[in-house]
Ligand binder design. Structure first.
Ligand SMILES: Nc1ncnc2c1ncn2[C@@H]1O[C@H](COP(=O)(O)OP(=O)(O)OP(=O)(O)O)[C@@H](O)[C@H]1O
Length: 337
């Protein structure tokens, strides 16, 4: 069953930044989609757009079908209901998302009282169940956010996201602020909940390794566009788009100690979304760019093994080398920049 279908989504902020450009994606029940990319590529904008949480004055076009209904065409009352019962978001940095002066039980109960029309006793019971479900004692309902550790607060955020039984969870950098051990626990918790409740998951992270470990499918974004997508292991280990390759090369390969010492990083910076380069927006940084890339953008094309990539080399059918893979060095060899 398709829970989320995004068609040709574009977001332009009031100042002219084209943060998301023509994104298409879909999530089935029980499926975990990871969205990866450098800072500023539009990941959070995409997440916020899904539930119409962008600032007033932002231009949004395309379609966001949640359970078949277009969120962009909904009246505000319907959008508010969908935010908890259809899909909910787990943000990074729970300390900023939780209200410091309210007990966490009251904060989790609020959407249950509002959207599920539960009685106070019914909401308290549901809060206790949710806390236990995310691995916290029910008695922690009486705690204030500052009385919990970072990992416990993130568990509270997950409990809150599940409060109205949504079909889809959107997790924006859910573990970024946590240490590695706690990060692993929270990722396992998310995986377990998705499997148990047959939820859909959209997980956003700059960390391709974390995403490939947790998700079934990956979409790699660059300058507001999805430039590569496919099965998580294929995109992480065998990316075909030169940017996807550079991104996966930025993470050490498990089991290959030599890769820890390989030069990393991609020369140059991502483009300013208010003044995007012509053609393929990656061409000024691309190690294998051709002249045509400066004037012509590519659609996502079939790249084999379930992957699709927006690169002229994929379309050429030549199987041309699109640059270094995980653990290999990345050097600019651009013919156009
Ligand atoms: N409220 C806003 N008004 C104008 N521009 C914005 C706004 N929010 C984000 N942007 C711009 O939109 C682009 C995409 O930002 P976004 O936060 O979606 O990227 P991101 O990939 O999530 O980055 P990060 O990982 O750093 O959060 C950036 O260039 C950013 O400066």
């Amino acid at each position: 069953m398709t829970l989320l279908q995004v068609k040709d989504l574009a977001v332009t902020y009031a100042g002219g930044a084209q943060a998301v450009r023509g994104v298409n994606l879909s999530v089935e029940a029980g499926q975990k989609l990871g969205i990866a990319g450098e800072s500023g590529c539009g990941k959070s904008t995409l997440a916020l757009a899904l539930l119409r949480l962008l600032p007033a004055g932002t231009k949004v076009s395309g379609e966001i079908l949640l359970d078949g209904e277009d969120v962009l065409a909904m009246k505000w009352g319907q959008v508010r209901a969908v935010r908890w019962a259809g899909a909910s978001i787990v943000f990074q940095g729970a300390m900023h998302s939780l209200n410091a002066v309210h007990r966490i039980g009251d904060q989790i109960a609020e959407p249950i009282l509002l959207h599920k029309k539960a009685t106070p006793a019914g909401a308290r019971k549901k809060v206790a169940e949710l806390l236990e479900h995310v691995g916290l004692p029910a008695a922690r309902a009486d705690a204030y956010p500052h009385e919990l550790s970072g990992g416990q607060r993130q568990r509270v955020m997950i409990a809150m996201a599940l409060a109205c039984d949504p079909a889809l969870i959107i997790a924006d950098e859910p573990t970024t602020a946590l240490d590695v051990m706690i990060q692993a626990q929270i990722l396992r918790l998310i995986e377990q909940l998705v499997a148990e409740q047959d939820l859909g998951l959209v997980m956003i992270s700059h960390d391709l390794a974390v995403l490939s470990d947790t998700c079934d499918r990956l979409a790699v974004m660059y300058a507001g566009r999805v430039v590569e997508e496919g099965p998580a292991d294929q995109v992480y280990e065998n990316a075909v788009h030169p940017y996807g390759k550079a991104l996966s090369a930025a993470f050490p390969t498990i089991g290959d100690p030599a890769s820890r010492f390989a030069p990393r990083g991609l020369p140059g910076d991502p483009p300013d979304p208010s003044a995007l380069p012509s053609g393929c927006t990656f061409h000024p940084r691309c190690p294998v760019a051709l002249e045509v890339c400066a004037t012509q953008d590519q659609e996502l094309l079939d790249a084999g093994s379930g992957r699709r990539a927006a690169c002229v080399h994929v379309g050429s059918g030549t199987g041309a080398d699109t640059g270094p893979g995980p653990g290999e060095s990345v050097e600019a060899r651009s013919t156009t920049a």
